[in-house]
Design a protein around this ligand. Structure first.
Ligand code: GRF
Length: 208
């Protein structure tokens, strides 16, 4: 039985594309990507999905407003409806720029993973590469983790390390980190699709 994946992205979608290609070439052997959902109708990730033959859906977060403010619950209810069509086993956030709220977490908690471009718990939130450079760390990296209601705070699945260069800028560091991210995401999804695990506290115990 194939493991069914859904991806959520807001932008470029290179992590989504790397995952989709690894699944299509069977590098991740027993998985399939059922759909890509984007909250941003202009996300290049959508075209990537179409080129890869993966159903692409837009749930435009800017259209869900109430009393002049974003209505996240209504937006997330629509995302839930789309997810229900595909009933994935795992949801992969790939450059999804919204915080996942309780409406989605109540239904899908424990089955959502994310990639963050820093070694958590350092440099949570936006612009992680910039934060790392500003702090002056000599090594940084990326983290694939489960999504919980704590921002970038769920149990860690895979981390990979990258040495910071003297002359790195935010752009060069981000560019060198990207292929490392792709590798980390593949590794994490492959493990989750092929191995048993349980979560004890914050730790993932594999093979049990
Ligand atoms: C990546 O750096 C990822 O770690 C972060 O957002 C970026 C998304 O890039 N969460 P892409 O859209 O996957 O190319």
């Amino acid at each position: 039985m194939n493991f069914k994946l859904a991806a959520l992205a807001s932008g470029r979608g290179s992590n989504f594309e790397a995952l989709a290609r690894a699944i299509q070439t069977r590098e991740i052997p027993n998985a399939q990507i059922e759909c890509l959902i984007s909250n941003n109708p202009k996300a290049p990730a959508l075209q990537k999905a179409v080129r890869l033959g993966i159903p692409a859906r837009v749930v435009d977060s800017s259209c869900y407003r109430s009393g002049g403010r974003p209505d996240r619950q209504a937006y997330e209810e629509e995302v839930l409806r789309v997810l229900a069509e595909f009933s994935p086993d795992l949801i992969c956030l790939a450059g999804y720029l919204l915080v996942v709220g309780n409406t989605i977490l109540e239904k899908w908690g424990g089955k959502i993973i994310n990639i963050h471009p820093a070694l958590l718990p350092s440099f949570k939130g936006l612009n992680a590469q910039h934060q790392a450079l500003e702090y002056g760390v000599r090594v940084t990296g990326c983290t694939v983790h489960f999504v919980t209601d704590a921002l970038d705070g769920g149990p860690i699945i895979v981390q990979k390390v990258l040495t910071v260069r003297e002359d790195d800028t935010e752009e060069s560091l981000s560019a060198r980190l990207l292929p490392v991210e792709h590798q980390a995401y593949l590794e994490a999804v492959k493990r989750l699709c092929t191995q048993n695990y349980r979560i004890v506290g914050r730790r993932i115990i594999w093979g049990s």
